[in-house]
Design a protein around this ligand. Structure first.
Ligand code: MG
Length: 387
């Protein structure tokens, strides 16, 4: 019998600020929801992952999250008006005959650890249901108008977390028998008379709600990876000669010039150097390995297909691009008026923040082929960090 995970990410997440719901925002280079899904799909004890997404945000999911999941894509189910309806929609994707245990998890808890998930699974094998929580250690007050009106007894109080694990048939019955709004599934389970075993929660398993939670999550990620982070640096170099024409393509931008660059593709020397830097960091050959010039298919191709390929390979191998630095070497055209747009274009293709993309230029003091304006050279460095 299978063990399944239902990840609920159908909320609007407006308290976190930003233009898009929090579960799609980047946390250290990876969307929050992609991190959450990876935490479950990487565990062999979990056979199926179902993600519940708001119907309005399916496009965002496909654009931002799905490409960052590697080979294992979860099933997608549309959310409902309330959290409990969203959970029920997720549960409906599972069959009691196939799935025995289901873990229900908040999509906004991306830092859930493998150890915590396994603790919950182990406890749920021995009990009707299991969920992680942390005993309250702070003194509790009641207050009104920001004045303390009483202190409250904290004995026996816990802060609830997810994933919460149940037998599929039990939690489906609990949902169907519950009338009203519940903030989590343990509340429904209790109403249905199920005994829920508390397992040790994890202070790092925070629910991201506000911008301050994003900052805290970044700190936790920074600390957690200390000592085991895999950092790769690659460099790339490319040269293209000028030929007759009226523009060059650099970093995906068409820039008017008295000549064009000669090449098999669009001859975007800058994007080629950058793409080779990423392949270099992955020790994965170069552009010619993946897009042989002997193949007529790539004639005149826009070079962003090369950079997108290298970016996807980075993600598939469990890395993210944390920084790139690109230097163009030429007398003309002048690069500085275009460097802002170049950075934005490269950042967009790689799916990273603009402040992680450097584009600069130098001349070679009229020396050599670049000095004689026979062509343009570009060199790039890319830094990749394990996720
Ligand atoms: Mg080239």
């Amino acid at each position: 019998m299978e063990t399944a995970a239902v990840i609920v990410a159908a909320g609007k997440g407006t308290r976190a600020g930003g233009d898009i719901p929090k579960q799609f925002q980047l946390l250290d280079g990876l969307p929050v929801l992609a991190r959450t899904i990876r935490a479950f799909s990487s565990i062999s004890e979990i056979d199926r992952v179902v993600v519940v997404v708001g119907a309005d945000y399916l496009g965002l999911y496909r654009e931002l999250v799905e490409p960052r999941l590697g080979a294992q894509k979860p099933e997608i189910v549309m959310g409902g008006a309330a959290r409990s309806q969203s959970v029920l929609n997720g549960l409906a994707a599972l069959k009691p005959g196939d799935t025995h245990m289901v873990l229900i998890h908040d999509g906004a808890r991306p830092l859930v650890s493998r150890a915590l998930i396994l603790r919950v699974i182990d406890a749920a094998k021995l009990h009707q249901a299991a969920a992680p929580a942390i005993a309250v250690s702070d003194t509790l007050w009641r207050g009104a108008d920001r004045v303390v009106t009483a202190s409250a007894n904290r004995a026996g109080l816990f802060r609830a977390q997810t994933p919460q694990a149940f037998a599929l048939s039990d939690i489906v019955a609990a949902h169907k028998g519950f009338d009203g709004a519940a903030t989590d599934d343990v509340e429904l389970a209790l109403a249905a008379g199920l005994a829920v075993k508390i397992v040790a929660g994890d202070e790092d398993n925070i629910k991201i709600t506000t911008p301050a939670d994003f900052a805290r999550a970044r700190r936790i990620l920074g600390e957690g990876f200390g000592g085991q982070m895999d950092i790769r640096t690659g460099n790339g170099f490319d040269v293209h000669a000028f030929e007759a024409g009226d523009h060059v393509v650099l970093c995906g931008l068409k820039i008017p010039h008295i000549a064009a660059l000669k090449g098999h593709s669009d001859a975007d020397v800058a994007m080629h150097a950058l793409t080779d830097a990423i392949y270099g960091a992955l020790a994965a050959g170069d552009i010619g390995t993946w897009f042989p010039p002997s193949d007529a298919k790539w004639r005149g191709a826009a070079s962003d297909i090369f950079l997108r390929h290298a970016t996807k390979m980075t993600h598939d191998q469990g890395f993210k691009i944390t920084h790139v630095d690109l230097t163009l070497i030429c007398e003309r055209p002048k690069i500085s008026p275009h460097s802002g747009a170049m950075r934005a274009r490269l950042a967009e293709i790689m799916g990273i923040e603009c402040n992680r993309v450097s584009v600069k230029a130098t001349t070679s003091e009229r020396l050599g082929f670049t000095g004689r304006s026979e062509g343009i050279a570009a060199m790039a460095t890319a830094t990749l960090v394990s996720l």
